[in-house]
Design a protein around this ligand. Structure first.
Ligand code: NCD
Length: 354
């Protein structure tokens, strides 16, 4: 029987564990050679991505007809999911909710910590432990970096662990967004992501989507990345080091137009002003050079695609929406299918999806 840790011992334990290199702790989030908790984009190997793409493609086809949709909805009808989203979300929440429903899962949700017992002073740890008493998987979005990992770490040491999916943790990671982004690239490029030049634009410092997507590039050959941002919001060192260690060439520039003509994909992001340390900090930055305007459609290649995790503000002119190369609405829908595929995989029923 495991010794119950006092609060201080437990904090110390977590701090030490949290600081470990990912390679050293990866096993802790796996069971029987498979991902159990989906927390970091680095967990997503090429082999796993291909499996998930295949499941998602099959789900789309099978569920077109009622008979197929009913069959798929029977596969996880014995499972319940908790959607714990205490940070604003439209698409990630809705796509996970609908992904659960496609798989026949029952769902419950908390969307604001002021409606949970956290308001009575219950700790985050006790709150998530409570969820695991009722459900079979926790899908969570939280403003604090490392929060999903903390939850998984905590539950994996209890006698009732359940898988945890990170649906966005502070400004550090958003692995399932990276999953839908890469699934979109895979579909748009007919399975050939190798050799592509990807341009990532905007608030790269605080945008968790571009951070997680950069990690996934390790799975492909001859990829190159151009990071375009104001000097205040450049990509962080840890990601640049990761790319160097994986021999993925990148450039950094403030001159968006200079990289447009060679791009195979342009990934736009919004300014993440919710992370301002001082209120109004972001307003001092002129973000307009990092907008994709209608006239830019003439500069990018006929085959270049335009992505955005959404929500957008002004970064992409709505006039661009009608262009065939603007794929962000498809990208958002891809999220639902790939998240359903992830759930099928985590619960090990992928072989029943034929
Ligand atoms: C992103 C997020 O929450 O990080 N949105 C999303 O999940 N689709 C991007 C953003 O909010 O800018």
């Amino acid at each position: 029987m495991e010794k119950t840790l006092t609060k201080n011992e437990s904090e110390q334990n977590w701090e030490e564990f949290f600081k470990l290199d990912l390679n050293e702790k990866m096993d802790f989030y796996e069971r029987e050679g498979k991902i159990y908790d989906c927390l970091f984009a680095q967990q997503l190997s090429k082999k796993l991505l291909d499996v998930l793409f295949d499941i998602a493609d099959k789900l789309r086809k099978i569920t077109k007809e009622k008979e197929g949709a009913d069959y798929i909805a029977s596969l996880l009808s014995h499972k319940r999911a908790m959607l714990y989203f205490v940070q604003p979300s439209t698409r990630t929440f809705l796509s996970f909710l609908n992904a659960c429903h496609i798989m026949g899962m029952k769902t419950s949700e908390i969307r604001d910590s002021s409606t949970s017992s956290e308001v009575k002073g219950e700790s985050h740890d006790d709150t998530v432990r409570t969820f695991s008493s009722y459900v079979d998987i926790i899908i969570m979005r939280h403003p604090k970096p490392g929060s999903a990992e903390r939850t998984a770490w905590l539950l994996n040491k209890t006698n009732r662990p359940v898988p945890v999916i990170n649906a966005g943790s502070g400004k550090d990671q958003h692995p399932t967004q990276a999953l839908l982004d890469i699934y979109t690239l895979h579909r748009q490029f007919n399975g050939n992501i190798d050799g592509k030049r990807i341009v990532m634009v905007g608030d790269l410092k605080r945008g968790r989507t571009v951070r997680s997507l950069s990690y996934l590039m390790k799975n492909y050959k001859d990829i190159s990345i151009d990071f375009v941002s104001p000097k205040e919001f450049k990509m962080e060192r840890d990601i640049l080091d990761f790319l160097k260690n994986h021999n993925i060439p990148y450039t950094e520039t403030e001159d968006f137009a200079s990289v447009m003509p060679q791009a195979d994909a342009v990934y736009m992001t919004r300014i993440q002003d919710e992370h301002d340390n001082i209120s109004g900090e972001s307003k001092k930055v002129d973000y307009s050079p990092f907008y994709f305007k209608e006239e830019h459609l003439k500069i990018i290649k006929p085959s270049c695609i335009l992505l955005h995790p959404l929500p957008r503000r002004f970064e992409i002119d709505a006039q661009a929406d009608k262009d065939e190369r603007a794929v962000y609405w498809r990208q958002e829908r891809n999220g639902m299918w790939i998240r359903a595929a992830l759930m099928a995989y985590i619960f090990g029923i992928e072989k029943k999806i034929k």
